[in-house]
Ligand binder design. Structure first.
Ligand SMILES: *Cc1c(COP(=O)(O)O)cnc(C)c1O
Length: 398
């Protein structure tokens, strides 16, 4: 019989681990630290000679399992291995990776129509640290090469494809080839496409980042990010130390929610794509719609590029309503079934009017430069019955 301990001690004591039960599903390790059997074992784990966990900011069984799953998905079917890290958000995935790879005096080459938070990070956080960025139209490979030639400081090429909210797609293989020719590390934000639709590693990227908040979780109930790299050494020596010291690690609960979401990624993406294609075709015929941006439509300028590097055309689309700002606002207010929200990639249909929501504080001329016109509406097509989505959009267009 075990020695009787005091009531207070019993309150504090952890139950003995039940080694005879094996959970069928990934458990949530809410532990902030991990115990060692002996000082010798502890030393081996600290030295990295033996697998094991130390402290959850450095890694944790739940978090690591999900990071590894995302790395496997990004490299699935490719002749390569990748390693992954989970972070507290998509933004922290980007900041951790870039602070791990770049130093003062280094430059970034990227596109003008990046996710708004990423542009602000480059401008307000990295630029004051003397990590400058140059924006180009990444469709124009001649402009990209010109900038790479002119600015010797550029060490990293960073892209998002399809781009927000016009769904322009960039030739990933050509960008990686140019980037590598000028000694740049190539980083892809694969949030919009997910590894189901495209694997930037297949087209030469060195790192892939995700806001898992979007499609990978898919249910709108977790905020997190992921960094995946094919150079294990760089991940271990350049990226992981920054994650540990900046404290940008994910937590087990969010990791677990991503894990739940990932199980249905393939079937969700199939349905997202099918619904978006139907909706795009329907909108394309509508007399009050000026233009539809969906790479799956043969008339979209990026159709050929998307077809070459994507398995399908994704769940995101945008369209231009005739009637400008007022038409856009009226449309939003008339929606009953779809939700007005700035996020994307959830199972339900989400609608954003950039001119009055995400880009409200961006001057009109700047917005227009990136195709964000007043009547532009962005839809993250959900997996509901397409008839219900179309009926709501039809009613809102009026
Ligand atoms: C949402 C998003 C981010 C930022 O991710 P958070 O999880 O909100 O921090 C970065 N890139 C893209 C393309 C996004 O859509």
């Amino acid at each position: 019989m075990k020695k009787q301990i005091g009531f207070g001690s019993l309150c504090v004591q952890e139950p003995e681990e039940r080694r005879y039960t094996r959970p069928h599903q990934l458990p949530i390790y809410a532990a902030s630290s991990f115990a060692f059997d002996s000082i010798e074992q502890g030393m081996e784990v600290f030295l990295g000679n033996q697998p094991g966990h130390i402290y959850s900011r450095f890694g944790n069984p739940t978090i690591d399992a999900v990071a590894e799953k995302i790395a496997q998905l990004e490299s699935h079917g490719l002749q390569m291995e990748a390693s992954g890290l989970l972070t507290s958000s998509g933004m922290s995935a980007i900041s951790t990776l870039l602070l791990g790879l770049l130093k003062s005096g280094d430059g970034i080459l990227t596109q003008g129509n990046l996710y708004g938070g990423t542009t602000a990070l480059f401008r307000d956080v990295l630029q004051p640290l003397n990590i400058r960025f140059h924006a180009a139209n990444l469709i124009r490979l001649d402009q990209v090469e010109q900038l790479l030639k002119e600015h010797k400081d550029i060490r990293l090429l960073y892209y998002e494809t399809p781009a927000n909210p016009t769904l322009d797609c960039f030739d990933m293989a050509a960008l990686a080839e140019l980037g590598h020719k000028y000694n740049c590390i190539v980083v892809a934000d694969n949030t919009f496409a997910t590894p189901y639709l495209q694997q930037p590693f297949q087209f030469g990227a060195d790192f892939v980042i995700h806001s898992t908040t979007k499609y990978l979780n898919g249910h709108g109930n977790s905020t997190a990010g992921a960094i995946v790299g094919k150079d294990k050494g760089l991940m271990q020596e350049a990226v992981l130390p920054k994650l540990k010291l900046l404290g940008t690690n994910c937590n087990s609960w969010d990791a677990w929610l991503i894990h739940n979401g990932l199980k249905t990624l393939e079937i969700r993406m199939e349905r997202h794509c099918r619904n978006a294609r139907h909706l795009a075709q329907w909108l394309d015929q509508h007399p009050k719609v000026e233009r539809v941006n969906y790479p799956g439509l043969p008339a979209h300028p990026s159709h050929a590029t998307a077809k070459r590097q994507m398995k399908d055309f994704g769940g995101m689309l945008s369209f231009e309503l005739k009637g400008g700002l007022e038409a856009g606002k009226q449309f939003m207010n008339r929606l009953k079934f779809c939700t007005l929200t700035p996020t994307l990639g959830d199972v339900d249909t989400l609608v954003l009017h950039p001119a009055s929501m995400s880009h409200i504080s961006v001057p009109q001329e700047v917005r227009r430069q990136y195709g964000i016109t007043d009547g532009l509406v962005r839809i993250s097509t959900g997996i509901e019955d397409i008839e219900d989505i179309i009926a709501d959009v039809e009613g809102a267009i009026g």
